[in-house]
Design a protein around this ligand. Sequence first.
Ligand SMILES: *[C@@H]1O[C@H](CO)[C@@H](O)[C@H](O)[C@H]1NC(C)=O
Ligand SMILES: *[C@@H]1O[C@H](CO)[C@@H](O)[C@H](O)[C@H]1NC(C)=O
Ligand SMILES: *[C@@H]1O[C@H](CO)[C@@H](O)[C@H](O)[C@H]1NC(C)=O
Ligand SMILES: *[C@@H]1O[C@H](CO)[C@@H](O)[C@H](O)[C@H]1NC(C)=O
Ligand SMILES: *[C@@H]1O[C@H](CO)[C@@H](O)[C@H](O)[C@H]1NC(C)=O
Ligand SMILES: *[C@@H]1O[C@H](CO)[C@@H](O)[C@H](O)[C@H]1NC(C)=O
Length: 576
Amino acid sequence: MKVEAEAYTLLLASILLLISGVRVHAISYDHSVTTECLVEPQRAQYEGGIIVNPGFDQSLRGWTVNGKGVIEVRISKEGNRFVVARNRTHPLDSFSQRIQLEKGKRYAFSAWVQLGEETGTVSVVIRTNRSELVRGGHVIAQHGCWTLLKGGIVANFSSSVEILFESQNTEVELWVDSVSLQPFTKSQWRSHQDCNIERIRKSKVRFQIVHTNGTALEGTTVLINQIRSGFPFGCSINHNILTSKDYQTWFASRFQYTTFTNEMKWYSTEIKQGEENYSIADAMLEFTKQHNIAVRGHNIFWDNPKEQPQWVKSLSSEELQKAAEKRLNSVVSRYKGQLIAWDVVNENLHFSFFEDKLGQNASAEYYSKAYKLDQKPIMFMNEYNAIEYSGDKAVIPEKYKKKLEGILSYPGSEGISVGIGLQGHFVSGQPNLAFMRSVLDSLATTKLPIWLTEVSVDKGPNQEEYLEEILREAYAHPAVEGIITFSGPAIAGFKDMHLVDENFRNTPVGDVVDKLLNEWKSGSVQAKTDSRGFVDVSLFHGDYDVTVTHPVTKSSTTLNHSVKKHTPQKIVRVHV
Ligand SMILES: *[C@@H]1O[C@H](CO)[C@@H](O)[C@H](O)[C@H]1NC(C)=O
Ligand SMILES: *[C@@H]1O[C@H](CO)[C@@H](O)[C@H](O)[C@H]1NC(C)=O
Ligand SMILES: *[C@@H]1O[C@H](CO)[C@@H](O)[C@H](O)[C@H]1NC(C)=O
Ligand SMILES: *[C@@H]1O[C@H](CO)[C@@H](O)[C@H](O)[C@H]1NC(C)=O
Ligand SMILES: *[C@@H]1O[C@H](CO)[C@@H](O)[C@H](O)[C@H]1NC(C)=O
Ligand SMILES: *[C@@H]1O[C@H](CO)[C@@H](O)[C@H](O)[C@H]1NC(C)=O
């Protein structure tokens, strides 16, 4: 999959803010990413931001050598200047620039990189004055053309730090150009999210109310009431829901999307070989059907060797192949047509249990087979650390895309719908939203649906604040099509996040989820028509009922209306 250059909405157009009479020039975040490898690098984003001499046009001004290598500026045939580190002996031997970070700011990073030979991962690294190394983003760089490395950091302290580069292969030269680090305040970041939400999650709708004889009716009351959200923002459930009426009521009154945490997994449904028991998963599915709740299937297989049914661990390759085939046929056929998604081979970037025993195409083959049995669900990959931890190179966007490419191009998989699952299990510290956004930007070039599938934040002093930041970041990204949190009531036993306590009273984290559920729907909107019979409203995507009451006769009419993404605005005419 050679993904084309992505050019969606260059939001570079600057926003002019009027603050105390002075026009302040605020730069909006640039989502643009290209996965093309270019002969010449593009100019630095944001003209380099706070980086001094970002394009090396003033030789090495602002830059110093890091480690034992030699650094120099070279000029391409076309006359472009860039920096080179050679005679490297350590992965961090490169060039560095000292910059000042300010606590609370989010920093968007980008640079164009190339290797003197071969192909390899290049990372941007931030070194604090205590010599702590924080990775800010990774890309697979090539030789012979320039690749865009995007990333970022969120400063949880004010300090002077060094920004430098890392490449494991010390045999090769490291080339860099057009380096950029653009700071955003917390409120700029938030206002960018809010703008995006308005743009991507809502549509402007115009209703016109006319008398049956064709006359527009002025002063007519129109009541618009959202009955279903168009954006899947759900929550996991587990088997405890079967035995608690309170859990059921609490859940069904909030959520319309879910994932069963463990109950569909192989180790739950076939504890002893040959003795399948789906009674719990079946009962949970029955509950979701009764309440019109959509379910993501989780999961058919899990590539982690530790997460197999006990008896599976000791099977020979041939036995495993037979048992796995049976498992796949059994669970996919059983729930055919009833699920919106399947996590087919969970965590197949971090682990390779099936690939190791059955061959490198094992995952791709299972995606293909699952698709042949049931064409309804989107077939997902599902990984941790991709957005939550910038230090994990196993799940960098290029590796994710390469695995997807193998699944999409596997013989017999033509027409398969594939999705990008990002678990989103965050630890208790400040989440790196700038890194998270750069990863989403990069994965968005696939044009495949991205879901956050298991969002949680470990317990800590700012748990609810961090959860809110993460959820907003996901909801504001144009490529994200759904979010499921892995949490529930205290009685369900989720260890990190409870939304309600033992008495079903909201925890602070539960307040955040309820607040966002409420904020991301239009609720009830009441308006009166103007002289042309028009009512103009901006509505969140979803299903509505619209009640129109005649100004004189008081007779009313109700109709259903869906507001969908990508549907052009047209006038909804209501005759009364
Ligand atoms: C800042 O974040 C880093 C990495 O996330 C962490 O190791 C460090 O302890 C944090 N420092 C403060 C002062 O919170
Ligand atoms: C870095 O050094 C400055 C003084 O040079 C100090 O005030 C600051 O606390 C240090 N930051 C960290 C994270 O150690
Ligand atoms: C249509 O009906 C309304 C209400 O009865 C009336 O006020 C209006 O004049 C009528 N218009 C036409 C074109 O007949
Ligand atoms: C299947 O599992 C359920 C729930 O654990 C249990 O009650 C039932 O006895 C099991 N059925 C069989 C045949 O083992
Ligand atoms: C894996 O699948 C590809 C086709 O997608 C094929 O060319 C290759 O030979 C397969 N490899 C193995 C080890 O089966
Ligand atoms: C509108 O939708 C509601 C809820 O989905 C449904 O009960 C009702 O019958 C629909 N009404 C019309 C007029 O289609």
